[in-house]
Design a protein around this ligand. Structure first.
Ligand SMILES: NC(=O)C1=CN([C@@H]2O[C@H](COP(=O)(O)OP(=O)(O)OC[C@H]3O[C@@H](n4cnc5c(N)ncnc54)[C@H](O)[C@@H]3O)[C@@H](O)[C@H]2O)C=CC1
Ligand SMILES: C[N+](C)(C)CC(=O)CC(=O)[O-]
Length: 477
C-alpha cells in the first residue's frame, strides 16, 4: 500500500488528502490546527460524493486516514510528502527541512506553493519540487511540477496513477504558468470593482456566461484560432494585435491593496454568496464541475480526456461465483431520485456498461464495430430486488445463457457491496451487420469465444431468468 503524508491540512492539504485516499493510498496528516480533523472530514464527505461520479468504473478501495501530533510520525515511511502550509516563505523554510529529515530518501517531497520557485524553497539545501494543484484538488487534474527533472518525472507517473494531469514547467518562474494567468485576470477584476465599473457578481457573470465555458474545453489559443475564422490564427492576431496598445487593460498598474479595497470586495461577495455556507458552495461547485468534466469525457477533451485515460487503468477485476465481473462502479448522487435511492433507469445503465464490457471480452470490441459488425439489444428484463444508494459500490457479473448464431442471451447480476443481490438484468442481443442494419452471423473468432463462455457457464443456475412481468413470485422475496 502506498502512503502519502499531508503536512498542512487546510483547503489544499484537505483536497490532496481526499485525492490520495480515494485512489487507494493511506494518508497521514500533520496539522497543528485543532479543527483540522473536522475540516478534512467535511472535505472528504464532499469528495466521496463527487470524485467517483466522474468514473464509469469503481475507484480502488479507500486507503486509511490517520492524524498525527508529530510531523515526523506523519512523514515516516511515506512515498509522497506534500507540504501545504500557508504561502509564507519563512514558514516553508522551517517545514521543508523537517520533512526532509523525517522522510525516506526515495520519497517525493512536493510543495503546493502557488508562487515560490524551487530555488527559493530549497535555499537551505532541501530537495522539494513544486507540485502546485488546483482547487478542488480531488476533482481538477492539473498539477504544475517545477524542479529537478528526474524527481518531476517520478512525480508525474505517480500523479497520473491517481488520475491527475502533471504539467512540467520547464523553466522556474514566480507563480508558474497558470497562476500568472489567474493573477492577470484577478488584478483586472480588482480594478473593475475599485473603479465602480462592475460588482463582484457582475464580473463573475461575465466569466461564467461566456469565456469561462470556452476555456474549460479548449483553453485560450485554440479558442482564438477559431475566432480568427477561416483565416485562422494569423488573421486573429492581425485583427486584435493593435488592441494591445489601446487602453483595454490596466495590468501594468496594481490597485492599492488597502482596507478599503478589501472591505469593498468582501461586502460585495457577502451580498453575492453570503446566503450559502462554504460547504454548500463546495457541493454546488463540485456537482457543476463533475457535470462539465463528464460532458468533456465524451470527446476526450481536456480534463475529460484525463478521466478517460485514468479509467482505463481501473480494472474491472476477476470473477465472482464462477462468473466474470464485467463492471464495477460507485453510484453517483446524480443517479438517485426523489425516493432517495438509485432511479430505475440507472439499473439498466449499469447493466449496459456490463454488456459493453462483455462484448469487448468476446472480441466484439471497437475494432470489430469499426469493421461493420456489432450487437444490438432487442429485449431487457429488469428485476429490482433491493435498493441502491449514492456511494454504494456495484459489482456486476455476466452469465451467458445462450450464444449460438445471431442470438446472444445474457444474465447480469448487480451486487451491492459484498453480498446484496440488488437486481438482475436479462438481455437479449442480436448480431447485426452495420451496413445493412440486418441480423447477421458473428465473425468466427467472436463465435468461438462465445462457445467457450457458453460451455463454461452451462449448468450454472440463473434464478429469475425467463420471468415475465406480473408472474407471481415463487419463493420469499
Ligand atoms: N487556496 C488555494 O486556492 C490554493 C492554495 N495553494 C497553496 O497551498 C498552500 C496552502 O494553502 P491553503 O490550503 O489555501 O491554506 P489554508 O490556510 O487553508 O491551510 C493551511 C493549513 O496549514 C496549517 N499549518 C499552519 N502552520 C503549520 C505548520 N507549521 N505545520 C503544519 N501545518 C500548518 C494550518 O493550520 C492550515 O490548516 C499554500 O502554499 C498556497 O499557496 C495552491 C493552490 C490553490
Ligand atoms: C489564488 N491562488 C493563487 C491560491 C490560486 C492557485 O494557486 C490555484 C487555484 O486553485 O486557483
Amino acid at each position: 500500500m502506498s502512503k502519502a503524508a499531508i503536512i498542512g491540512g487546510g483547503v489544499i492539504g484537505g483536497g490532496w488528502a481526499a485525492r490520495f485516499l480515494l485512489n487507494g493510498w493511506d494518508v497521514a496528516v500533520f496539522d497543528p490546527d485543532s479543527q483540522a480533523e473536522r475540516k478534512i472530514g467535511e472535505v472528504l464527505t464532499n469528495a466521496r460524493r463527487a470524485l467517483p461520479a466522474l468514473y464509469d468504473r469503481a475507484l480502488p478501495p479507500e486507503g486509511r486516514l490517520t492524524f498525527h501530533a508529530d510531523l515526523a510520525d506523519a512523514a515516516a515511511g511515506a512515498d509522497w510528502v506534500q507540504e501545504s502550509v500557508p504561502e509564507t516563505l519563512s514558514l516553508k523554510h522551517r517545514i521543508l527541512p523537517a520533512i526532509q529529515q523525517a522522510a525516506g530518501p526515495e520519497a517525493v517531497i512536493g510543495s503546493s506553493t502557488s508562487g515560490f520557485k524551487p530555488s527559493e524553497l530549497n535555499a537551505s539545501g532541501t530537495r522539494a519540487i513544486v507540485a502546485h494543484p488546483f482547487n478542488p484538488v480531488y476533482l481538477l487534474p492539473l498539477v504544475e511540477l517545477v524542479g529537478d527533472p528526474a524527481t518531476c518525472a517520478k512525480a508525474a507517473d505517480i500523479l497520473r496513477a491517481i488520475g491527475m494531469y502533471p504539467l512540467v514547467v520547464r523553466k522556474e518562474i514566480d507563480a508558474h504558468i497558470a497562476d500568472r494567468l489567474l493573477e492577470a485576470v484577478w488584478r483586472e477584476a480588482l480594478w473593475l470593482v475599485k473603479d465602480g465599473i462592475a460588482t463582484t457578481a457582475e464580473i463573475d457573470e461575465s466569466i461564467r456566461m461566456g469565456f469561462g465555458i470556452r476555456w474549460a474545453q479548449m483553453g485560450l489559443f485554440e479558442t482564438y484560432r477559431i475566432a480568427g475564422g477561416e483565416a485562422g490564427m494569423a488573421h486573429f492576431m492581425a485583427q486584435f494585435g493593435p488592441a494591445l496598445s489601446w487602453p483595454w487593460t490596466k495590468l501594468t498598474d496594481v490597485p492599492d491593496f488597502n482596507d478599503d479595497l478589501v472591505d469593498l470586495i468582501a461586502s460585495q461577495s457577502d451580498i453575492q454568496s453570503g446566503h450559502l455556507s462554504i460547504r454548500d458552495l463546495e457541493r454546488l461547485r463540485d456537482d457543476n464541475v463533475v457535470g462539465i468534466i463528464r460532458a468533456l469525457r465524451r470527446m476526450g477533451s481536456g480534463a475529460g480526456g484525463v478521466v478517460r485515460a485514468h479509467e482505463e487503468t481501473l480494472a474491472d477485476i476477476g470473477e465472482r461465483d464462477g462468473l466474470p465481473v464485467t463492471a464495477t462502479r460507485q453510484v453517483p448522487i446524480s443517479w438517485t431520485d426523489y425516493n432517495g435511492h438509485m432511479n430505475e433507469a440507472h439499473y439498466l445503465e449499469a447493466a449496459s456498461l456490463a454488456t459493453d464490457r462483455f462484448m469487448e471480452m468476446i472480441g466484439a470490441d471497437a475494432a470489430y464495430v469499426a469493421s461493420g459488425r456489432s450487437y444490438f439489444t432487442v429485449e431487457n428484463h429488469i428485476r429490482y430486488l433491493d435498493e441502491i444508494h449514492a456511494g454504494d459500490r456495484l459489482t456486476i457479473t455476466t452469465q451467458v445463457l445462450a450464444g449460438k448464431g445471431k442470438r446472444l442471451h445474457l444474465f447480469h447480476r448487480l451486487w451491492r457491496g459484498d453480498d446484496a443481490l440488488a437486481a438482475t438484468v436479462e438481455t437479449m442481443l442480436i448480431h447485426t451487420d452495420l451496413s445493412t442494419r440486418r441480423s447477421s452471423e458473428p465473425e468466427g473468432a467472436v463465435s468461438e469465444s462465445l462457445s467457450g463462455w457458453v460451455a463454461s457457464h452451462a449448468g450454472l443456475e440463473a434464478e429469475g431468468a425467463g420471468r415475465f412481468v406480473g408472474q407471481p413470485a415463487t419463493g420469499p422475496t
